[in-house]
Design a protein around this ligand. Sequence first.
Ligand code: HEM
Length: 447
Amino acid sequence: MTNNGFHFPPGPKGWPILGVALQVRKDPLGTLQRLAREYGDIASVPVMGMRRVLLSRPEYTQQLLILDHAKLYKSVLTKLVVGPLLGQGLLISEGEFWRKQRRLAQPAFHRARTNEYSPVMVECALEQMKQWRSGETRNIADEMMKVSLEVAVRTLFGTSLASDSAGIGKAMTFLMRHHLHRARNPWHVPASWPTPGNRRARREEQFMDSLVYRIIAERKQGAEPRKDLLTLLMAAMHEDGTQMTEKQLRDETMTLFVAGHETTALTLCWTWYLLGENLAAETRLHEELGNVLGGRPAEVSDLERLPYLHAVVLESLRLFPPAYMLARMNMEPVRFGEYEIPPKTTLLSSQWILHRDARFFADPERFLPQRWLGGLEQQLPPGAYFPFGDGPRRCIGQGFAMLESALVIAAIAQKYRFRLRPGFPVVPEPLVTLRPKYGIEMKIEAR
Ligand code: HEM
């Protein structure tokens, strides 16, 4: 297909104007997978009169995230969904401003610093377990959200916000749903109209704002030295000796908070689901944990002797990547393969599709942690497995998330196993992140 000299990749025609919007709305993951299968590694996805191009080859992912990084921007959709909450935080800021902020925040995520948070991560898991009784059924997605929310709050702010915790969880879930719905619905009313949804969004945003500003103010007054992430961000200096403004501190704090806790909670809850359905893998994990830890919680120094635990997390991130799709937009023409893509096209690369591609993963739909034990990570073509993205905008919290996942799983798996409530529907729902649509109700059994 050619248009003004540009050469579009093949793709479905879909309905006038709508394109394949209805199919995407009904079954986003299945539709994208079908398009990749039918039209190949580069496919046009017409939606609401806008051009989107789906890139499903590792080389293209690398081009998108690394080689052409400087030419591309975060997509308009991403900014519409998370912009109102995250402002100019790291996740969506661009250009020189983003580069400076990333440089400022990076030291707070060095491995040695992150490792200092490991006792808090274990503590939060142990505390949550105290609420559980063997034989009861709980929504494991909610339980893991509580653990990771508490980890995020204590490591970011150095304090427990136990009394605000439920409110924070509710506010976040509502805001993500609200903004995603608005971004996906071209007929939405302006944000300034006082509809019930808009009014509640404003209230929840104000609640989150006042919380973060209150903690920043407390920290400014406090004399005692602290080691939490907020303190590190407040102390960080630009090369010219200036520090972040209060608004920027708010945006970065909110970004770390939002980007960090939900993704990690999802990794944990998908992992429990997968282990509960794959008893051989669960048994092997129990054996490794028993041999190395003998019932005590793991410490950072134990992790190198727990390769199967690491493989379980990698495999869970492969099958249910919380970030299931990355999007960029080009402001100038870019070439992918033989196609010259016009400006203002949304370029998509999906972990969901590439992580389940049989060209790179044998038996791709099966949960087989052992596939990672022989050095698969190093042997894969770069760009085939990217749960944390890649290139300069790779997740700043990758080490943090991997550490938290391993420590929390090690602590919990030594005490409990989980079994899906018979007949419970587990439905992956691609919102901003890949969530289980109805949660995951599992029976908790003491081991
Ligand atoms: C399993 C958990 C996590 C997953 C799967 C995940 C995934 C990702 C991905 C895919 C990106 C790249 C987005 C893009 O290129 O458009 C990203 C960026 C980011 N993540 Fe994570 N993340 C996780 C945990 C965390 C944690 C724990 C934190 C902070 C404590 C964090 C903070 C961030 C930030 C600030 C960015 C933006 C980085 C930048 O653009 O410079 N993430 N994450």
